[in-house]
Design a protein around this ligand. Structure first.
Ligand SMILES: NC(=O)c1ccc[n+]([C@@H]2O[C@H](COP(=O)([O-])OP(=O)(O)OC[C@H]3O[C@@H](n4cnc5c(N)ncnc54)[C@H](O)[C@@H]3O)[C@@H](O)[C@H]2O)c1
Length: 259
């Protein structure tokens, strides 16, 4: 299929390579700064982004930009009616608003805080572990993540997704705390901490800790290819699912709806 990439940074470049490898065509690469993008739009002009996508003849869109730009881009792109995959993080608190927008204009969007197939397997492993460990009152649980210093949001969307899944299986954890503690944590608080350092592509660890021992489950991304390939394959899968009627337009879909 012909794909328009909105955001031609580290992920945009890598996804372009993955798309070509999978036999897709690149309709446009759209960015506000990146000199080698096929279209440069003024910063903050999401209408120009939508016009560029429309005139490129794209059959699908992949958006990996910046947490400050993503909502405007989604609002401008949804009415085009093309399947959209959004990988930009930092807007998960606006998902209900986006789902309503999609329903209102008949647009289709799929998002995941993490497009790596390995991470999505990791989610399932963590869910199983949390369900098992929550039956043992001597174990506490916490989450830690580390990323490169270019990352704009913290904690990572992936860490928050892990926290959501841990809390679902651990009923006594009812509150996520992402700041430093200045007093003893309460039992109901789930600590999600972040480190930003160098060029780390992304590491997530879940700790289950008792007096006797610690169990650590870690996913370590080696590079960005896992995310890039997962995003391109997700757009192809979304487009196919809309064609076959497995999924319908006008919705916000998540990884588990598609895979
Ligand atoms: N969901 C996932 O699996 C996943 C994986 C990796 C990164 N991410 C997220 O994707 C986003 C981008 O990551 P990256 O590593 O490519 O960042 P990056 O900084 O290398 O690239 C982002 C690009 O977007 C461009 N941009 C910013 N605002 C724009 C706008 N309004 N219109 C068009 N282009 C715009 C920037 O100029 C830049 O070239 C971040 O939010 C990151 O956290 C998600």
């Amino acid at each position: 299929m012909k794909i328009a990439f909105v955001g031609y940074g580290k992920m945009g470049h890598m996804m372009e390579q993955c798309a070509l490898k999978d036999g897709h065509e690149v309709a446009a690469t759209i960015d506000v700064f990146s000199k080698d993008a096929s279209v440069i739009v003024p910063a903050g002009d999401s209408a120009a982004v939508a016009r560029a996508v429309k005139s490129s003849g794209a059959e699908g869109i992949i958006e990996f930009t910046h947490p400050t730009a993503v909502m405007d881009n989604i609002k401008a792109l949804l009415p085009l009616g093309l399947p959209i995959v959004v990988g930009t993080t930092g807007w998960n608190d606006k998902e209900a608003e986006v789902a309503k927008l999609a329903a209102d204009c008949g647009g289709t969007i799929m998002t995941s805080a993490n497009f790596s197939i390995g991470v999505n397997m990791f989610y399932k492993i963590v869910e199983e572990a949390a369900a098992l460990m929550s039956t043992l009152s001597e174990y506490d649980v916490a989450i830690w993540e580390a990323h490169h210093i270019q990352k704009a949001d913290s904690p990572s969307g992936t860490a928050l997704e892990i926290a959501r899944r841990v809390m679902e299986k651990t009923p006594y954890k009812t509150e996520i705390v992402t700041d430093a503690f200045h007093s003893r944590p309460e039992k109901n608080q789930l600590h999600v901490s972040s480190t930003r350092c160098g060029t780390i592509p992304g590491t997530h660890t879940v700790f289950f800790d008792s007096l006797a021992d610690t169990i650590e489950i870690t996913h370590t991304a080696r590079n960005r290819e896992g995310f890039a390939s997962g995003a391109v394959k997700s757009l192809a899968k979304l487009s196919e699912a809309l064609k076959t009627g497995k999924l319908t337009k006008g919705h916000l879909y998540k990884w588990s709806d598609l895979w």
